[in-house]
Design a binder for this molecule. Structure first.
Ligand code: SF4
Length: 283
């Protein structure tokens, strides 16, 4: 009985997640006919769920596309090498394990006691992007979800003075790869519950002993408190990213405030002229 109940729960979650992934793919034109999508599989709950959801959507998708799974073995001590190949063999899909010892490099370049995640992610990104370019991949799928996107928004605001999140689709910095985030509309709590129900063989990221970015941990806590106090707040925050009013922000590059005029001359006058004054009035 309990088993049936948990099966129903897992099916419902899968339907919900599938719907969210399908919507995100459609809204951002993430996958097109003929695409070769490379699913980056870290062994964490998000990437397992993403791979499974994409495989399930592929069966009924309106366009034909290929999926391959790629794992980067960064040679962290204790990395269980057989876990992912065993899991992927069971799925019967094309997969690649790229072996590169970024662990030693990161250890060498990051000072003792500092978090290694930033450098580690940059190396990982570079290697995966090169692999994609060399293997005819047209889209790189990353497992970031709605909550990652919201956290990034606040991280950038609080610590970087920028109104910038993590886009569901983007062109990589070197212009060679299109990155997609099919889980962009999925709540982390749903993915977590689904991963548990599916009993994925999770490989913990912290094998390397590094701490997660402490600022992100801090933001995560704040967001969790807000959501507890007012359920639905995170969804509202996420939806605000889809409903932006440049005229009600303060970025002069996004909106031409000089063009707004109450009948006077809206000629551009530099800040210095206003601050320091001058002997000539602009008429
Ligand atoms: S926890 Fe370790 S493996 Fe994971 S991103 Fe950070 S440095 Fe890399």
């Amino acid at each position: 009985m309990a088993k049936t109940k948990s099966k129903i729960h897992s099916n419902k979650l899968q339907q919900k997640l599938r719907r969210n992934v399908g919507r995100a793919i459609a809204d951002f034109a993430m996958i097109e006919a003929g695409d070769k999508v490379m699913v980056c599989l870290s062994g964490g709950k998000d990437s397992y769920a993403m791979l499974e959801l994409l495989l399930s959507l592929k069966r009924k998708a309106p366009v034909d596309f290929d999926l391959i799974a790629v794992n980067l073995d960064q040679k962290q001590p204790g990395f269980p090498e057989r876990v992912l190949p065993r899991y992927l063999d069971g799925l019967g899909i094309e997969y690649h394990v790229v072996e590169q010892d970024t662990y030693s490099v990161v250890k060498r370049v990051v000072p003792e006691g500092k978090t290694m995640c930033g450098a580690c992610s940059r190396f990982r990104r570079g290697i995966l992007y090169s692999f994609a370019s060399n293997h005819g991949v047209t889209k790189i799928a990353l497992g970031h979800h709605r909550d990652d996107i919201i956290e990034t928004l606040f991280l950038n605001m609080f610590f970087g003075s920028r109104l910038k999140a993590m886009p569901p689709k983007l062109l990589s910095d070197d212009g060679r790869n299109v990155v997609i985030r099919p889980l962009a509309y999925c709540r982390e709590a749903d993915i977590e519950a689904y991963a548990e129900a599916r009993a994925y063989p999770i490989i913990p990221c912290q094998l390397c002993g590094s701490q997660d970015n402490l600022q992100r941990v801090q933001i995560k806590k704040v967001l969790a408190t807000w959501e507890r106090e007012q359920p639905g707040r995170l969804e509202n925050i996420f939806r605000s990213l889809q409903s932006v009013s440049p005229s009600h922000l303060a970025d002069t590059k996004l909106f031409d405030f000089h063009a707004l005029s109450g009948g006077g001359d809206a000629a551009k006058i530099g800040a210095d002229a206003w601050l320091l004054g001058g002997d000539r009035k602009v008429s």
